[in-house]
Each structure stands twice: as structure tokens, then as C-alpha cells.
Design a protein around this ligand. Structure first.
Ligand code: NYM
Ligand code: MG
Length: 215
């Protein structure tokens, strides 16, 4: 079909949920199928704002919780036009994290949920967000977390609680279809198959136009 728009699909999950592996596999598969596809990581550490975020995550700088929250959001806004442009010209944009991580991680530090949601209002609304869940047992079997800020068991538990609230809010505001939960306990290939099945309707028959987040 001529002029068919692409799609905007977001992947979310705790650190070590296998998200980046799955996103990479999906992008490769879509490319093999001949689709135009672009991977967008958030935070995008390649921009100037992304450089500030990177320094913060590596504990090379200290920032107030509100400041870093707003920088994460600003980092999405500086990519928003490119996402809209690419989707309208037929590209499938796959994001590794988005505004949902923004709320879950900042609210887990104690900022109010509503405060965390506000600065992302009006960003491109993902056609679907795939949230990869991991049982605590399997998460523990994957070994130690990395060196970055937030990568502790205690913090990840709080983030998981916040993601539950983020899922509810997304479904309430944008409908059940926008949020899918996929159990990522299986092998890479098993999880890949579940994801592929889940996103078929989104990439085969995208909706009319890209919506706006939290509006
Ligand atoms: N993170 C990510 C936030 O705290 N807020 C945000 O808005 C986003 C997009 O950054 N622990 C956190 C989640 C991760 C960390 O992400 C870096 P990654 O996917 O490990 O590069
Ligand atoms: Mg990480």
C-alpha cells in the first residue's frame, strides 16, 4: 500500500530484562523482511543532553532528582520530531525505553507520579509498548547488576512497583491495546517468538495517525 505509515513500538523493562537483546533481534528481523526500521535508544547518550545523562548515570556528576528527570524528558523531546517524521514516511521506529521508564525510575526515587508524568505530555504516543517481565528468581539467576546508578536489587524492586502503576495509567488513558506484557523468563528465541506474534497487528495495520502521550 502506498503511503502507508510506519509504526512506533516501545520496549520497556527492568535493567537486565533482556530488552536490548530482544530489540536488536526484532530490528534485524524486520530488516530481513525488507521493512524500513530504525532503532532509537533512550536515553540517547549521543546528544549534548544525553552526555549529561550519561555522566549522571555513571556517577561522574551529581544532579538534583528533578533536574535529571527533566533532562531525560528533554532528551525525548529532542528526538520527537524525528520519530514523527520517520513514522509518517513509512519507517518502523523501535525504542529501547521511553517515557514509561522516565516515570518508573524517578517515582521510585520518591518524586510524585504526576510530577514525573507531566513533562512528557504531548510526546509521540507509541502504537504499542511491550513490557518485558521477569520473575525475581530468573532475574537473580542472571547474576549481578552493572555498575550504573539504579542497578541495585532494592531500586529495581521499587521500579517494578512503579511500572505496575505506569501500566494502569497507560491502559486507562490510552486503552488496553497500547500496553502488552510479555514474560521474558524463556530463552531468547522463545521470547523473540512471543514478541513477534504480539506486534504483528501493529505493523500490519497501523492506526490512522500517531497519537500524543497522556492527552
Ligand atoms: N532511565 C531511563 C531513567 O531513569 N529515566 C528515563 O527516562 C530513561 C529513559 O536510565 N537504569 C534509566 C533506566 C536505566 C538507565 O538506561 C539507563 P539503559 O537502557 O540501561 O541505557
Ligand atoms: Mg542499563
Amino acid at each position: 500500500m502506498a503511503n502507508q505509515r510506519g509504526a512506533f513500538i516501545v520496549f520497556e523493562g527492568l535493567d537486565r530484562s533482556g530488552k536490548s537483546t530482544q530489540v536488536g533481534a526484532l530490528v534485524a528481523r524486520l530488516q530481513r523482511e525488507g521493512r524500513k526500521v530504525r532503532l532509537q535508544k533512550f536515553p540517547d547518550r549521543t546528544t549534548r543532553i544525553g552526555g549529561m545523562i550519561d555522566a549522571y548515570l555513571q556517577s561522574k556528576s551529581e544532579l538534583d532528582d528533578h533536574s535529571i528527570h527533566l533532562l531525560f524528558s528533554a532528551n525525548r523531546w529532542e528526538c520527537a520530531n524525528a520519530i514523527e517524521r520517520d513514522v509518517s514516511s513509512g519507517t518502523i521506529v523501535i525504542a529501547d525505553r521511553y517515557a514509561f521508564s522516565g516515570i518508573a525510575f524517578s517515582a521510585a526515587k520518591g518524586l510524585s507520579f504526576q510530577y514525573c508524568l507531566n513533562p512528557d505530555t504531548g510526546l509521540p504516543l507509541p502504537d504499542r509498548t511491550v513490557y518485558l517481565t521477569l520473575s525475581p528468581e530468573v532475574a537473580a539467576s542472571r547474576g549481578a547488576y552493572g555498575e550504573e546508578r539504579y542497578e541495585t536489587l532494592e531500586m529495581q524492586k521499587r521500579v517494578r512497583e512503579q511500572f505496575t502503576l505506569v501500566a494502569e495509567e497507560t491502559r486507562r488513558r490510552h486503552g488496553d491495546d497500547r500496553w502488552a506484557e510479555i514474560n521474558a523468563d524463556g530463552t531468547v528465541e522463545e521470547v523473540e517468538a512471543l514478541i513477534w506474534e504480539n506486534i504483528q497487528p501493529v505493523i500490519m495495520e497501523p492506526l490512522q495517525c500517531l497519537g500524543k502521550l497522556w492527552t
